[in-house]
Design a protein around this ligand. Structure first.
Ligand SMILES: O=C(O)C(=O)Cc1ccccc1
Length: 319
């Protein structure tokens, strides 16, 4: 089919409009190159595009190095059936304060900003705009674009390149709490085919505890530690049915096809009343997963053969 036939193209949803960090993450998705990029207003819209088949995939921010998990995305992942993470991408983030020409910092009382950006610039904002009112916006670019369309806010938190696309002035630069801040994005699809193991993979899942009693979370995490599986993120999110009930969004090093990871997931499944597998996918930083040799695939396979031998009546080789 010809390249310009839109029906032959795949659609990828991302938090827009053009110029967001999410778009920069989508630009790293090799299979999305030359395909249709659909700008949406929130994570719910992105996931419903994927769940309904409007889009083949969606790119969403999952975690940032200052404020931790992006709760809206993690809640939606935990509660929207059939979603799988198939890729991870990192984008360095840097924020400026921008305003219409002529505005000064002293005149700013209402500040537009995406809640996740706002949370990452808290120190600067508390120091320089102590009496501001925060007006939440749907994205970092929408925060700036809205300044030209309405007078609800006087200034916005925006990505540095915003002035290349909008006629706005920079009032302050590099206002993030950490100059090395990075946001982690995920490519989410409904595909059941799990990316091949690379040796530098992550696995994500959501699990609930069976009982509310001392040590219940510890018991669950022991399923990982006894298999030498390293956890890279854990986020507790309210289940929402009653006060005090939480689910845990967990990322671990390794791939579901690694024996130690598979065994740990089975342990969690035996323990938890509800486990949602969110996917195994290559790490964005391509850093090979390191683990103790005791948890190597070969050691598990050898142990299984040993057990099978004993059950089928073979002599104990170690006797
Ligand atoms: O993608 C964007 O630009 C967003 O508005 C979401 C966001 C907010 C803060 C850090 C990274 C992504």
């Amino acid at each position: 089919m010809p390249q310009n036939d839109a029906s032959a193209l795949r659609t990828y949803s991302y938090l827009g409009p053009r110029g967001t960090f999410t778009e920069a993450a989508l630009a790293q998705v090799s299979e999305a190159e030359g395909q249709i990029w659909r700008s949406v207003n929130n994570v719910g819209e992105a996931f419903s595009d994927v769940a309904s088949g409007v889009s083949h995939g969606a790119v969403v921010a999952l975690e940032n190095s200052i404020d931790g998990g992006v709760s809206a995305a993690q809640d939606a992942l935990a509660t929207t059936a059939g979603l799988r993470i198939v890729g991870e991408y990192l984008v360095p983030v840097d924020f400026n304060i921008v305003a219409q020409r002529g505005m000064t910092l002293e005149q700013v009382s209402h500040l537009n900003g995406h809640p996740v950006a706002y949370a990452q610039c808290r120190r600067w904002i508390e120091k320089h705009l102590p009496r501001h009112t925060h007006i939440p916006s749907t994205s970092n670019v929408a925060a700036a674009a809205n300044l030209l369309e309405s007078d609800v806010a006087d200034a916005a938190i925006a990505p540095p390149n915003i002035t290349e696309h909008y006629d706005l002035e920079v009032l302050a630069e590099h206002i993030g709490d950490n100059i090395n801040a990075v946001t982690r994005f995920a490519l989410v699809t409904t595909s059941r085919s799990i990316p091949e193991p690379t040796g530098a993979d992550k696995t994500s899942f959501v699990a609930e505890l069976p009982v509310d009693q001392p040590g219940a979370l510890l018991d669950m995490l022991e399923q990982l530690s006894t298999r030498g599986v390293n956890m890279t993120m854990i986020q507790s999110r309210p289940i929402g049915d009653e006060l005090g009930r939480y689910r845990f969004v967990i990322d671990i090093d390794g791939h579901i096809r690694d024996e130690r990871v598979a065994d740990a997931l089975m342990g969690i499944h035996r323990f938890s009343p509800r486990v949602t597998f969110l996917g195994s996918y290559p790490r964005a930083d391509k850093a090979p997963v390191r683990f103790d040799a005791r948890y190597d695939d070969d050691v598990y396979i050898e142990a299984r053969d040993w057990l099978r031998g004993l059950i089928s009546g073979e002599p104990n080789p170690e006797a």
